[in-house]
Unconditional design. Structure first.
Length: 173
């Protein structure tokens, strides 16, 4: 008797299961990667908006050396002296009030340093051109004064840095 079996062999079923498992794991890996990149993008957008807000508000005060972001009422708070490890790009001048300010946006703690420097002065008109810079870094100040990054995926991200200029007339100080 010749019997003809129909259906799949065990090996064929195992190969199909392996292909399905690889495809499923690939999809899950892609979803995790997409979620991670989305979180980083939201963090960078929030940091850019906060830096822009600080820069525009500080510029509206004429680049005052007495500017205090904590007075905005938007969640910025003084975090003390600039912690070790908080590096800023060269050529941005003096840190305002020698301190950093903290804010938490979308669950991410950030530190902001504000820097200024007078880059040019016209002695005849008594007009000074002042550079204003805001540097936001994904970090927080620990109780011991050191700095740490909230999530490992934000460790290698460069800080958000924005620069603008304001003209100070002789009567503006």
């Amino acid at each position: 008797m010749d019997r003809k079996y129909e259906g799949f062999t065990l090996i064929e079923q195992m190969v199909a299961a392996a292909v399905l498992a690889v495809a499923t794991l690939g999809t899950l890996g892609y979803q995790y990667h997409a979620a991670t990149m989305g979180r980083i993008a939201r963090g960078q957008i929030g940091a850019a908006r906060a830096a822009h807000l600080l820069l525009v508000d500080w510029k509206s005060t004429g680049g005052s050396k007495e500017y205090d972001p904590a007075g905005l009422g938007l969640g910025f708070s003084e975090r003390g002296a600039v912690p070790a490890g908080f590096t800023t790009p060269a050529g941005l001048g003096t840190t305002l009030n020698d301190m950093v300010y903290g804010i938490t946006l979308d669950g991410l703690p950030m530190l902001a340093a504000l820097k200024y420097q007078d880059v040019d002065k016209d002695t005849q008109t008594q007009t000074t051109l002042r550079q204003l810079a805001v540097i936001l870094r994904f970090a927080q100040v620990n109780p011991d004064g050191s700095m740490s990054t909230p999530e490992s995926r934000f460790v290698d991200l460069p800080p958000v840095t924005m620069v603008t200029y304001v003209r100070l007339d002789g009567s503006d100080g």
